[in-house]
Write a protein that binds this ligand. Structure first.
Ligand code: NDP
Length: 324
């Protein structure tokens, strides 16, 4: 199938998701106005899928960007696929809807296209009862992921969100949701770190077998924000083999890194706040990697997590103790 920027994948609930999305995470010191401008540029050049999260702290700015493109007539609300994420301090069933309503208010929408459980680990802020307090150190909580999921299902029934999914779940955690007695809606996707150094083949095969779409983040080797990423890890876009393949196609290493994941049937998120790169990254739809080059890129896998979220490593639901 020829991939274009208009290509969408059909989710297991019948809704569709554009195969390329704009990522919006930036370190806290990056001016929020850049996020708003990036969203406007992205919509102007044809992106229709925007990925964000409460914890990113810029839903308001992303929402401003989207709404300004709706009010100038470039797009309609229904053209945009907006993903939000329920932060881990909102997992208790009585807080789930509040977490979603907080995102709806910040982004200025009356529904989200997709809402994800951000990580499978429930947390609570220490010494405060306000789950929106991002600056307080958090402590572990023990809310069952299935209880959170049921509360999310109620939010879909209430029309606040069109599709429900998860992020950073391992196979066992996906199975727990899928095997939950009385399950009403399956997760439509699992959004995970996925790139040439972490190709997620096993998790992808499992998700595919359950009609769950894999959505890849950090495809370009992550934001490399020191708050989340160990900066001694190799810079993915500098990889010599990736660059050799890119030279062969006269493309950037970013385009090849993204194309590799797209050709595996995985939805790609790529973050850029640089207008020229936002446009350049659409070049992924202008070439196709040959099977031998896909094979070469497969060989780069080294199970490398740029964002292992080590702060929750002792949490009973920490997802990366399992092989996948
Ligand atoms: P990416 O792998 O998308 O990389 C982003 C970095 O690549 C930025 O520094 C950007 O720079 C740079 N970049 C973009 N395009 C190019 C290019 N053509 N050439 C060279 N450099 C380029 O990073 P993320 O880790 O941010 O992942 C993408 C998105 O996935 C996030 O923004 C977020 O929406 C989501 N995510 C979800 C997580 C989850 O737990 N569910 C965790 C992490 C991310 P610049 O902006 O300066 O152009």
């Amino acid at each position: 199938m020829t991939l274009t920027k208009e290509t969408r994948v059909t989710l297991n609930d019948g809704n569709t998701m554009p195969i390329l999305g704009l990522g919006t995470y930036a370190a806290p010191d990056v001016p929020k106005s850049l996020a708003e401008e990036a969203v406007k540029t992205a919509i102007d050049v044809g992106y229709r899928h925007i990925d964000c999260a409460f914890i990113t702290g810029n839903e308001m700015h992303i929402g401003n960007g989207i709404r300004s493109k709706i009010s100038d007539g470039t797009v309609k609300r229904e053209d945009i696929f907006y993903t939000g994420k329920l932060w881990c301090t909102y997992f208790s069933p009585d807080m789930v809807r509040k977490g979603l309503e907080r995102s709806l208010r910040d982004v200025g929408m009356d529904y989200l296209d997709l809402f994800l459980m951000h990580w499978p680990v429930s947390l609570k802020p220490s010494g405060a009862s306000d789950p929106s307090d991002k600056d307080k150190p958090f402590i572990y909580d023990n809310v069952d992921i299935c209880a959170t999921w049921e509360a999310l299902e109620a939010c879909k029934d209430a029309g606040l969100v069109r599709s429900l999914g998860v992020s950073n779940f391992n196979r066992r955690q996906l199975e727990r949701i899928l095997n939950k007695p009385g399950l009403k809606y399956k997760p439509v996707c699992n959004q995970v770190e996925c790139h040439v150094y972490l190709n997620q083949n096993k998790l992808h095969a499992y998700c595919k077998s359950k009609d769950i779409v894999l959505v890849a983040y950090s495809v370009l080797g992550s934001h490399r924000d020191r708050n989340w990423v160990d900066l001694s890890l190799p810079v993915l876009l500098d990889d010599p083999i990736l660059n050799k393949v890119a030279a062969k196609y006269n493309r950037s290493s970013a385009e090849v890194a993204m194309r590799f994941i797209l050709q595996k049937g995985i939805v790609v998120l790529a973050k850029s706040f640089t207008p020229a790169r936002i446009k350049q990254n659409l070049g992924v739809f202008e070439f196709e990697l040959k099977p031998e080059d896909m094979k070469t890129l497969e060989s780069l896998d080294r199970n490398l997590h740029y964002g292992p979220f080590r702060e929750v490593k002792q949490h009973p639901e920490y997802p990366f103790h399992d092989e996948y």
